[in-house]
Design a protein around this ligand. Structure first.
Ligand code: NAD
Ligand code: WQD
Length: 336
């Protein structure tokens, strides 16, 4: 089977390519390399010991995507490409709606035209807004607090609508919780530009000495230690969830929605402690005010993915911290 991976040189996409290749799928990637580097292609091939086909293409430029479809017949598309920085989306909403929504519409038009109507879409736990209780099941009410999240919620609706008039369309919406970690080879990981917004990339830069200390955003939440609680999931576990989703999208019709999380909630201070203990490094921190838009607690009920996809996360927090640290050491805190 041949799978198109959009955004396949990015953080989650690159790990997914490795898992797909290792399971025997043929993999074609396109990316505009806005938030990733071309050398990731070689790294994927090196780890998997198999080739992939890469196209430099932009979802906003349909002509640049056309050769990808002209030269390949796909069984399914895994659609990672998109912009993902929450704060930036508040500053530049038009750019986020344009890239994520228009880009996905352009991609979908080509999928229709070339007769591949199966998509696995990268959604996010951000579509649950501020959940009233945890753990979160897929039928919780949906809402968003920023343009990035709104693009995810809108695209969930748009892609679901495709399945109404056309029984050939099949869509799997995967709602990721908080991916961290890196490939055990140390070759693939998350490389944010500039000062990181997310917790683990920030910790990695403190660990290598590029940043002096971590600011912990609030210690007065209604959580066991007062700091925010999240469901951190190893990126390789997340990647494997996509392989199971390929089986689903190629065998079922309509829309299927799954949380991809571990079901465990860890606080910011839990993560600091786990990173220190797993790696023998000190992470200095100080308490800062709450970050606007943050919620207290968010973790998944991942049972539906286990029951229907046969998938569940395998790696524990220690392993996530060890793999993050290996990548950070090889790539200067995750920034080469
Ligand atoms: P990433 O930025 O590492 O990867 C996304 C890739 O898409 C990048 O390589 C980028 O260059 C590419 N891209 C962006 N716009 C493009 C365009 N117009 N045309 C072609 N390529 C384009 O991000 P990631 O962390 O791997 O996330 C992948 C997907 O998962 C995104 O859709 C993101 O919103 C979603 N997601 C991520 C997280 C997370 O915490 N990382 C959580 C939930 C959902
Ligand atoms: C985790 C915890 C912070 C940085 C974001 C997006 C979400 C999804 C995943 C894409 C929170 C605290 C963080 C720091 C801190 N992405 N923190 N100091 O906010 O749960 O989710 O990424 O879909 O949509 O919103 O992740 O890693 O930014 O924060 O104290 O320097 O760490 O307050 O409690 P978040 P995060």
């Amino acid at each position: 089977m041949k799978i198109l991976v959009t955004g396949g040189t990015g953080y989650i996409g690159s790990h997914t390519c490795v898992e797909l290749l290792q399971k025997g799928y043929e993999v074609v990637v396109f990316d505009n390399l806005y938030n990733s580097k071309i050398d990731v292609v070689d790294k994927i091939q090196k780890i998997a010991g198999k080739p992939i086909r890469f196209y430099k293409a932009d979802m906003l430029d349909k002509d640049s995507m056309r050769p990808v479809f002209e030269e390949n017949q796909f069984d399914a598309v895994i659609h990672f490409a998109g912009l993902k920085a929450v704060g930036e989306s508040v500053e530049q909403p038009l750019r986020y709606y344009q890239n994520n929504i228009t880009g996905t519409l352009n991609l979908s038009e080509l999928m229709n035209e070339y007769g591949c109507k199966r998509m696995i879409f990268s959604s996010s736990a951000t579509v649950y807004g501020s959940p009233e209780t945890v753990p979160i099941t897929e039928d919780f009410p949906l809402s968003t607090t920023n343009p990035y999240g709104s693009t995810k919620l809108m695209l969930e609706g748009i892609l679901s609508d495709f399945c109404v008039p056309d029984p050939e369309w099949s869509v799997v919406l995967l709602r990721y919780f908080n991916p961290i970690g890196a490939h055990e080879s140390g070759l693939l990981g998350e490389s944010p530009n500039g000062i990181p917004n997310n917790l683990m990339p920030y910790i990695m830069q403190v660990a290598v000495g590029k940043l002096p200390e971590l600011g912990v955003f609030g210690d007065d939440y209604d959580t066991p230690d007062g700091t925010g609680v999240r469901d951190y999931i190893h990126v390789v576990d997340l990647a494997r969830g996509h392989v199971n989703a390929v089986e689903k999208v190629t065998s079922a019709q309509g829309v299927h929605i799954y949380n991809l999380g571990t079901g465990n909630g860890y606080s910011v201070l839990d993560i600091v402690k786990a990173f220190e203990e797993a790696n023998g490094v000190k992470i200095p921190y100080s308490i800062k005010p709450r970050r606007a838009g943050d919620i207290a607690i968010c973790y998944a009920d991942p049972r539906k993915a286990k029951e229907e996809l046969g998938w569940e996360a395998q790696y524990d927090l220690t392993r996530m911290c060890q793999d993050s640290w290996r990548f950070a050491q090889m790539y200067n805190g995750g920034q080469s």
